[in-house]
Design a protein around this ligand. Structure first.
Ligand code: 8YV
Length: 324
């Protein structure tokens, strides 16, 4: 019997490759690079495959699905986000989708707390001053920032990751936790978070953390009107998807003093060009999308995405299937 063919669009942690090769179920073809596969190569390499293991940076749309052809049974993404997949088309064709929720929740929540504190306490600025000789003496008014103790934190999207962020921030002495979203969440009780309108969250929070999925409803949600309602002393943090934010409006809010500072782990585009205006601002801390980047988390994500792929090939239950 002929082995089923799978294509892996990038080098992934060895844990994932091991699951695929040791299964004896498929013939694995790999884009053996740390850099994204060019579109033309992707279209060529997926031809005839039964399964694709892809990343966030691979746009899997109708063109790719057509290029794969009728064998394609399963798409497994090494991410919890799935805004890069043409879900309507995938559903129409009865292709199954695997993703990696839960296993990256802790790592992403930790990174969010780190970014929030780094932004609020101006850590990158301080590090830079030490290096460039700006540290001349101890100065009472120098490099002051904002603390979490006694503050109001607003989480936009209290899903798995949003809740994990709230759990971690609470012990810093946060006075009020607010959250907004489509519907109230029963798990909010655990952290004592109040469900409020987006407007109320924006105007009352000292720290705003964006942790929602990118959907047509959330695209550009953080825009001029949003930033204009924030407190001048408030900190904005986004570790979800760059496109939730209108970056021109954020630049305006940061450079005009409309808001205090922003910490971003996600941008549009990614990577952000090195001459991007946001990179010139001291009050904007930007990271290269490293929310889930711990050795163990990435290993577990790779293993899970490989197991999802195999289940899709064999028509069995996936450890983490996306219901379309
Ligand atoms: C990426 C993420 O998956 O899971 C997501 O949705 O944004 C990240 O964890 C990771 O960078 C690998 O693509």
């Amino acid at each position: 019997q002929q082995l089923m063919k799978v294509f892996v669009t990038r080098r992934i942690p060895h844990e994932g490759m091991r699951v695929l090769t040791e299964s004896g179920l498929c013939k694995v073809s790999l884009w053996d690079s740390d850099e994204p596969i060019p579109r033309a190569d992707l279209l060529q390499r997926v031809s005839g495959v039964h399964g694709i293991l892809c990343l966030l940076s691979d746009r899997i749309d109708t063109e790719v699905i057509n290029a794969a052809g009728p064998n394609l049974k399963v798409i497994s993404t090494l991410s919890v986000g799935f805004d890069h997949l043409a879900t309507d088309e995938i559903k129409k064709r009865g292709i199954r989708v695997g993703y990696t929720p839960d296993v990256l929740t802790d790592a992403t929540a930790e990174l969010t707390v780190a970014l929030l504190l780094a932004t609020a306490r101006r850590i990158p600025e301080g590090v830079e001053e030490v290096k460039n000789g700006g540290w001349s003496s101890w100065k009472p008014l120098w490099l002051c920032g904002y603390g979490l103790s006694g503050s109001t934190v607003g989480v936009i999207g209290l899903g798995r990751i949003g809740l994990a962020i709230a759990r971690r921030l609470k012990p810093f002495g946060v006075k009020r936790l607010l959250y907004s979203g489509r519907t109230p969440k029963s798990q909010a009780v655990e952290v004592g978070a109040e469900f409020v309108s987006l407007d109320q969250l924006v105007s009352e929070s000292d720290f705003i953390v964006v942790s929602c999925a990118l959907t047509p409803e959330t695209q550009g949600l953080c825009n001029k009107a949003f930033f204009s309602k924030m407190k001048k002393t408030a900190i904005f943090v986004n570790t979800s998807r760059g496109a939730v934010v209108n970056q021109e409006d954020l630049y305006e809010a940061l450079s005009s003093g409309q808001i205090a500072a922003a910490g971003l782990d996600v941008t549009t585009p990614e990577p952000l060009p090195t001459d991007h205006p946001l990179l010139k601002l001291k009050n904007c801390v930007i990271l290269p999308h490293i929310g889930s980047a711990t050795y163990s988390t990435r290993g577990i994500m790779a293993e899970l995405s490989a197991n999802n792929l195999l289940a899709g090939l064999t028509g069995t239950a996936m450890p983490s299937e996306l219901t379309l």
